[in-house]
Design a binder for this molecule. Structure first.
Ligand SMILES: CCCCCCCC/C=C\CCCCCCCC(=O)SCCNC(=O)CCNC(=O)[C@H](O)C(C)(C)COP(=O)(O)OP(=O)(O)OC[C@H]1O[C@@H](n2cnc3c(N)ncnc32)[C@H](O)[C@@H]1OP(=O)(O)O
Length: 210
C-alpha cells in the first residue's frame, strides 16, 4: 500500500538535484544495456557491479518515493512519477509546464528504451505521456481526478530519437467528470497521436474535502 502524501519524505533542493543526477545516470545505463554489444562475460561482470550499487543505495530506504518540497516551480511534486519524475529512471522524463491559457506543454525525446515497432515509439508509452499531460491539464484548471477513460488515435508513427511535443488542455466539466484533450507532435509539427480523456474526482476525495 502506498504512503499518503503527507507522510512522505520531503526533498530539499540539494538532495533533489543529486537524486535527479543519479536517475539521469541510471537512465543512461538502461539505454546502454539495451544496445550494448559487449560479450557475455563482460555483461555478467557489469551485472555484478550494478548489483553492488543497488545494495549500496538500498542500505537506507524510504517506504515510497519522496515528494519535492512544496513551493517549487513544478506542476507535480511526485518525483517518482513514470512520466515526469526526475528521480524515476523509467521516466523520459517529460518536463511539463502550464501556460496562462491552461495549456500543458512539454518537449521530450524518447530513445531505444521506448521502442515499439522498429524505430518508432511504443503506443502504450505515447498513451502514458498523454494520460499524464491530460491529467495535469485537468489538475491545473482546478479539477484534478483519476483517469476514467483515455482514448488514443494513432495518426502516424511517432519517431524515436527526435524532439517531440505534447500539448493538453481541459475542455469541459460535468459534475465530477472532467474532460481533456491533447496531442503528441513530431519535430515537423505534424500530429502523430491525438487523445481525449475523462477524469473523475473519486467520491471519497469530494467527501473528505467537505
Ligand atoms: C483523485 C485525486 C487526484 C489528485 C491528483 C492531484 C495531483 C495533481 C498533479 C498532477 C496531475 C497528475 C496527473 C496524473 C495522470 C495520471 C492519472 C492516472 O493514472 S489515474 C490511474 C488510472 N485510473 C484509475 O485507476 C481509476 C480507477 N477507477 C476509479 O478509481 C473509479 O472507478 C473512478 C474514480 C474513476 C470513478 O469511481 P466513482 O465511484 O467516483 O464513480 P461512480 O460514482 O461510480 O460514477 C460517477 C459517474 O462516472 C461514470 N463513470 C465512472 N467510471 C467510469 C469510467 N471508467 N468510464 C466511463 N464512465 C465512468 C459513472 O457511470 C457515473 O456516471 P453518471 O453520473 O451515472 O452519469
Amino acid at each position: 500500500m502506498s504512503t499518503m502524501p503527507m507522510e512522505r519524505h520531503q526533498l530539499g533542493d540539494e538532495e533533489s538535484a543529486a537524486l535527479a543526477g543519479l536517475a539521469a545516470r541510471i537512465r543512461e545505463l538502461a539505454e546502454a544495456a539495451v544496445v550494448t554489444g559487449t560479450g557475455a562475460a563482460e555483461a555478467a561482470a557489469v551485472a555484478d557491479e550494478v548489483a553492488a550499487l543497488t545494495a549500496r543505495l538500498s542500505e537506507r530506504r524510504h517506504d515510497a518515493p519522496p515528494y519535492r518540497m512544496s513551493g517549487e516551480a513544478v506542476l507535480d511534486r511526485a518525483t517518482g512519477n513514470p512520466v515526469t519524475g526526475a528521480l524515476n529512471p523509467l521516466a523520459p522524463p517529460v518536463v511539463l509546464t502550464a501556460g496562462p491559457d491552461g495549456v500543458v506543454r512539454g518537449e521530450f525525446t524518447l530513445g531505444h528504451l521506448y521502442e515499439g515497432p522498429p524505430t518508432y515509439v511504443h503506443g502504450g508509452v505515447s498513451a502514458m505521456v498523454l494520460d499524464q499531460a491530460l491529467g495535469m491539464a485537468a489538475a491545473v484548471s482546478g479539477t484534478p481526478g483519476m483517469t476514467a477513460t483515455l482514448e488514443t488515435r494513432y495518426r502516424r508513427p511517432t519517431p524515436l530519437g527526435v524532439p517531440l511535443t505534447v500539448e493538453a488542455k481541459r475542455s469541459r466539466v460535468e459534475g465530477r467528470k472532467v474532460y481533456a484533450s491533447g496531442t503528441i507532435s513530431g519535430p515537423d509539427g505534424r500530429v502523430t497521436v491525438e487523445a481525449t480523456a475523462m477524469f473523475i474526482m473519486p467520491d471519497r476525495f469530494v467527501a473528505a474535502g467537505e
